[in-house]
Design a protein around this ligand. Structure first.
Ligand code: MRU
Length: 336
C-alpha cells in the first residue's frame, strides 16, 4: 500500500491509513469486522465524504463475504451505513454495493470512478484561478479525503500544476485540525505555496491578504445549493460575501442529495465534548464545561458562487441547475 493512500482492498481486509495520527505517524490498519469498519469511520481514522464512501463500499463487500446469514449481513451493513450521518456519500456507496450482483466489483468501481471524477473536478476548476491567485480553504479535501486526487484541494493542486502558482491560506480547522494536520501536509507534498492560520484569522486574511477566492468541499448538497460542510464553512461564506470574494464548493455528484429540496433537512453530526474541551491531549476547559460541538454547518446556497463538479461548473439559479446535474449523462461510470 502506498504510504498516503487512505484506503485499499487487501483480499481479506480493507487496509486504511489512520488519519488521526498524521502528520506525525504513517500507520496502516486492517479492518476485518463490522466493529473495525464502524469504529474507523466514527473515530475519523477514515474521513472526508468521498473517502468514507469508498471505505464503506469495500467494507460492505467484505462483510458480504464474511457474514453468511442474510439477516446478520443486513444488520452489519446498516451499522456501516449509519456510522456517520452527514456525508451522503456513505449511504450512497453502501446502497450501491447492496444493489450490485458482485459487491466487490461494485466497490472497486466506486473507487475507480472517484479517481476519474476528482481528476475531472480538478480540470474544470482551473479556470477559476487567475495567475498568482490567493486562495482560502478549510478542512481537508485532498487525496486523503477522497481516495482520488481530492475535491477543493484537487482543484488547487490542478491549478498549481497548470502554472497558476496559487498561494493558499489554510484554516487549521478546529477542533480536530484537519486543515493543519492534513490539508497543509498535502499542499506541501504537492509543492504548493501554503500559509497556515487559525480559523479566527479568516476575516482579517480576507481584508488584509487580498484573498481572491475561497474554495471548500462538501458533505451533502441539497437541490437549492444549501451545502453541509465542516463546521466553520458557513462563517467563511458570510465573510466572503461581506468582502466581495467568490466562494466556491467543489464536490462530486455523489455528494448532491437530489432528494432534499433544502439544507435544513440535512442531519448534522454532533460529536463528543472532549474534542473541544481538550487540545492536543491536554484539558483546555474546566472539567464541567458544557460544550456545543456540531461537526458540520449548512451554508445557504445563495452564498455559493458556483459548484465545481465532474460535469463542469454549476452556477445559479441552483433550483434549476442542480436538478439538471442529476440528469447529466453518467459519463464517468468507467468500470461498466
Ligand atoms: O469530519 P470530516 O473530517 O470527515 O469532514 C470532512 C469535510 O467536511 C470535508 O470538507 C468534506 O468531507 C469534503 S471532502 C473532499
Amino acid at each position: 500500500m502506498k504510504a498516503f493512500a487512505p484506503v485499499e482492498w487487501d483480499g481479506d481486509a480493507v487496509l486504511y491509513l489512520d488519519q488521526r495520527l498524521l502528520p506525525h505517524e504513517v500507520r496502516h490498519e486492517r479492518a476485518q469486522t463490522v466493529d473495525d469498519i464502524e469504529s474507523a469511520i466514527r473515530g475519523l481514522a477514515v474521513r472526508g465524504a468521498p473517502c468514507i464512501g469508498v471505505f464503506a463500499a469495500y467494507g460492505t463487500a467484505l462483510l458480504r463475504r464474511t457474514i453468511v446469514d442474510d439477516e446478520g449481513f443486513a444488520r452489519a451493513a446498516r451499522r456501516v451505513r449509519e456510522a456517520r450521518p452527514t456525508a451522503v456519500n456513505l449511504a450512497w456507496a453502501v446502497d450501491r454495493v447492496l444493489a450490485a450482483t458482485d459487491p466487490l466489483e461494485e466497490a472497486r468501481a466506486i473507487h475507480e470512478e472517484q479517481k476519474a471524477i476528482d481528476d475531472a473536478i480538478g480540470a474544470h476548476g482551473i479556470e477559476l484561478f487567475a495567475k498568482g491567485a490567493r486562495v482560502l480553504t478549510h478542512c481537508n479535501t485532498g487525496p486523503l479525503a477522497t481516495g482520488g486526487s481530492g475535491t477543493a484541494l484537487g482543484v488547487i493542486i490542478a491549478a498549481h500544476r497548470a502554472g497558476k502558482r496559487p498561494r493558499v491560506f489554510v484554516d487549521e480547522t478546529r477542533p480536530l485540525l484537519q486543515g493543519s494536520r492534513l490539508n497543509y501536509l498535502e499542499l506541501r507534498m504537492a509543492g504548493v505555496d501554503a500559509v497556515l492560520m487559525v480559523d479566527a484569522a479568516a476575516a482579517v486574511a480576507m481584508k488584509r491578504q487580498r484573498i481572491d477566492l475561497a474554495i471548500v468541499g462538501a458533505d451533502r448538497v441539497a437541490r437549492n445549493g444549501d451545502t453541509a460542510n465542516k463546521i466553520g464553512t458557513y462563517g467563511l461564506a458570510i465573510l466572503a460575501a461581506h468582502h466581495g470574494i467568490p466562494f466556491y464548493v467543489a464536490a462530486p455528484r455523489s455528494t448532491f442529495d437530489f432528494s432534499l429540496e433544502r439544507g435544513d433537512a440535512i442531519p448534522i453530526e454532533e460529536r463528543a465534548a472532549e474534542e473541544v474541551a481538550s487540545f492536543a491531549g491536554t484539558r483546555a476547559a474546566p472539567e464541567d464545561a458544557v460544550v456545543y460541538n456540531p461537526a458540520f454547518d449548512v451554508t445557504p446556497g445563495h452564498l455559493v458562487t458556483a459548484f465545481v463538479t465532474e460535469a463542469g461548473i454549476v452556477r445559479p439559479p441552483y433550483a434549476e441547475t442542480i436538478p439538471n446535474l442529476e440528469m447529466a449523462p453518467e459519463v464517468l461510470r468507467l468500470s461498466r
